[in-house]
Design a protein around this ligand. Structure first.
Ligand code: SAM
Length: 219
């Protein structure tokens, strides 16, 4: 059994993100606006709270990476909470520039670098992590107009290789349901838990606008 692919869109292309972060850099420089926090600040807060509650497994010096970090606001939040080993990567050099500017201005110690999650060599260079976070990046990769299935698989291989034995992989998606994520990840990952998100009811069915799940590596 497999999931039905999404229709490709410009959100699945690097050109789109470069243009969008170019604009956001201008806004940040001119107005101090840090730009879009995808799926709103509450989604981000729910993940930060989840990490903070697991202080026995996730120490302040745990190695945490944000995949497709955009403006880096999740890492900014974690740095403010005292986490010290934070890395953000994005394939858009403009996103990395924006995130670096924001962290520097706020005097926060966050390491950013350009890396493509579909490039094996790039991923190998990143090393291993205790927490891997993705909000909206798997979604963007799934929207790639060319061979999205292959790209989703390459991304999942890359994530798995970055995980320490006990690492948590936290993913927030608005394009895939919990069932679809669990099915697509089932060969390489096992669901650890879900982070509750607001639900709505329509026609007797309960649904969510966003899904946040935590996975562990399948041994
Ligand atoms: C929907 S945005 C989410 C940004 C950020 N995670 C947030 O929640 O605000 C998707 C991000 O994924 C990045 N991205 C997409 N494909 C990527 C890839 N193959 N490698 C690295 N980053 C990628 C984009 O540049 C963009 O910053």
């Amino acid at each position: 059994m497999s999931v039905e692919e999404l229709n490709g869109s410009e959100l699945g292309t690097k050109e789109y993100w470069e243009k969008s972060y170019q604009r956001e850099i201008r806004n940040y420089k001119n107005h101090g606006d840090v730009g879009e926090i995808w799926f709103d600040e509450d989604s981000q807060l729910r993940v930060v709270n989840w990490i903070m509650k697991r202080d026995e497994e996730i120490a302040d010096d745990a190695k945490i990476i944000d995949l497709g970090c955009g403006n880096g606001m999740l890492l900014v939040e974690l740095a403010r909470e005292g986490y010290t080993q934070l890395v953000g990567i994005d394939y858009s050099p403009k996103a990395v520039e924006l995130a670096t500017n924001i962290a520097t201005d706020q005097e926060l110690n966050i390491k950013y670098q350009v890396a493509d999650l579909l490039d094996v060599a790039d991923c190998q260079k990143l090393g291993k992590f205790n927490v891997i976070h993705d909000k909206g990046t798997y979604d963007a990769i799934s929207l790639n107009p060319e061979n999205p299935k292959e790209k989703r698989e390459a991304y999942l291989d890359c994530v798995r290789n970055m995980m320490d034995e006990d690492a948590f992989f936290i993913i927030t998606s608005c394009n895939w349901t919990e069932e679809e994520l669990v099915l697509s990840f089932s060969e390489k990952f096992i669901k650890f838990c879900s982070i509750p998100t607001p639900t709505f009811k329509f026609g007797g069915k309960v649904g969510s606008v966003v899904t946040s799940l935590v996975f562990k590596k399948k041994i």
